[in-house]
Design a protein around this ligand. Sequence first.
Ligand code: SAM
Length: 196
Amino acid sequence: MFGPGDVRFFDRLARLYGLGMPAADRGRLAAGLARANRPVERVVDLAGGTGRATTEIDAPERVVLDAAPGMLRRVGERDGDLAPVTGDARRLPLADASVDAVTLVDALHHLPNQRAVAEEVRRVLRPGGAFVVVDFDPTHPLGRLVVLAESLVGFDSIFTGPDDLARFLSRVGFAETTVVDRGFAYTVVGLKGDEG
Ligand SMILES: C[S@@+](CC[C@H](N)C(=O)[O-])C[C@H]1O[C@@H](n2cnc3c(N)ncnc32)[C@H](O)[C@@H]1O
């Protein structure tokens, strides 16, 4: 129903997600990134939209990657230090083993073919790099409301909750997976092993 070009829709959604939560997102992202098994210099915020969550990340190089150029045009207004990159999460325009961490905030269920996305993330991560996923938890009463509302406009989550996502990341080849945080939103981290 909605594609990556629906700038106004996603912008409103992102603003809604951001309502009173920037500090919470900052904490979740910091806790997730702290699990990386290497220094976190270069972070790619996947499906980062207008950079709402990217700006809460503490790292020297922060890339906002999104399929919608209209969303990315707003990134510079928000934070001049963020680097916007247009690209599809299923075919990342990034070299193998070129990134220390990939974040995906409130967007997992917006992406088609989550297996392809997870495999791509693993490809671009350096050994010990972290895939940090923050999303609404369908097992939490408030999270369930958001997930239900989103499913009504066509975004269905294929994961029943953070444990299911952690198992999925293990199956895709992440060496170590951890549920870092639960609640209205959860944080799940998958680490790329040293063997790639
Ligand atoms: C809910 S919004 C952005 C959320 C953003 N991470 C935040 O927290 O503000 C979901 C984003 O997914 C992007 N998107 C959808 N399909 C995509 C794809 N195949 N590759 C990359 N981005 C995609 C949309 O353009 C949109 O910006």
